[in-house]
Design a protein around this ligand. Structure first.
Ligand SMILES: C[S@@+](CC[C@H](N)C(=O)[O-])C[C@H]1O[C@@H](n2cnc3c(N)ncnc32)[C@H](O)[C@@H]1O
Length: 191
């Protein structure tokens, strides 16, 4: 899908959408965040992660291809008196700044061609918080196209130059009537 078609698709989705949730990987591990520094919510959508990061005192940037989502995030930030630099931005591996961020968060977005650029965009000691859907999921949530779903342990492989801080992928192990099964959660640190 080209850039314009992707923007049109996501703009359409966000026209009627107001709900965005903080990713578990961030909410459950907020104690790992630095007290200050520069954070980026990449492919932020309506920006619940960005709001969370800004509320924790981080100088927060939020980028997404959808101008509709970015406008909604800007309004939300204004209401909450949060200083979030939200920008409509088409992300590819050529336009991520190097050594720029102390924290990068990605949730429910997977473009494997960006992984090296994402790691390059972290400052030394910077943390990557990543959470998205796996192929072996129990429910019909998330994309259907397997290209946008993670294989087993895939985040560990994609970001192998980073030091693993947290990893959870419950997959289809044990009692399937409970437990979060649909997503992998990863935190890695650039050393
Ligand atoms: C499933 S949504 C996830 C949004 C948010 N991270 C969340 O978890 O609620 C995927 C997001 O990726 C954005 N996106 C897709 N391709 C993009 C690209 N090349 N550059 C920037 N944003 C992109 C879409 O606009 C959409 O907001």
């Amino acid at each position: 899908m080209n850039k314009l078609a992707a923007q049109a698709k996501w703009d359409q989705i966000y026209q009627n959408s107001t709900c965005s949730e903080v990713a578990d990987v961030l909410r459950e591990n907020e104690f790992l965040l630095p007290e200050k520094g520069l954070a980026l919510d990449l492919a932020c959508g309506l920006g619940a992660n960005a709001v969370f990061l800004a509320e924790k005192g981080l100088e927060t940037h939020a980028w997404d291809i959808s101008s509709v989502a970015i406008e909604k995030l800007k309004k939300n930030a204004e209401i909450k008196c949060l200083n979030i630099s939200a920008k409509q931005h088409y992300i590819d591996f050529k336009n991520l700044p190097k050594n720029a961020f102390d924290v990068i968060v990605l949730s429910h977005f997977l473009d494997r061609s960006l992984c090296n650029a994402i790691m390059d965009s972290l400052k030394p000691d910077g943390l990557l918080f990543y959470q998205t859907y796996v192929r072996e999921k129990l429910d019909s949530v998330g994309p259907k196209n397997p290209d946008f779903l993670l294989g087993r342990n895939e985040l560990l492989m994609l970001f192998s130059p980073l030091t693993v801080v947290v990893y959870r992928e419950n997959s289809l192990v044990g009692q399937l009537d409970y437990g979060e099964r649909n997503e992998a959660l990863y935190i890695g640190q650039k050393c």
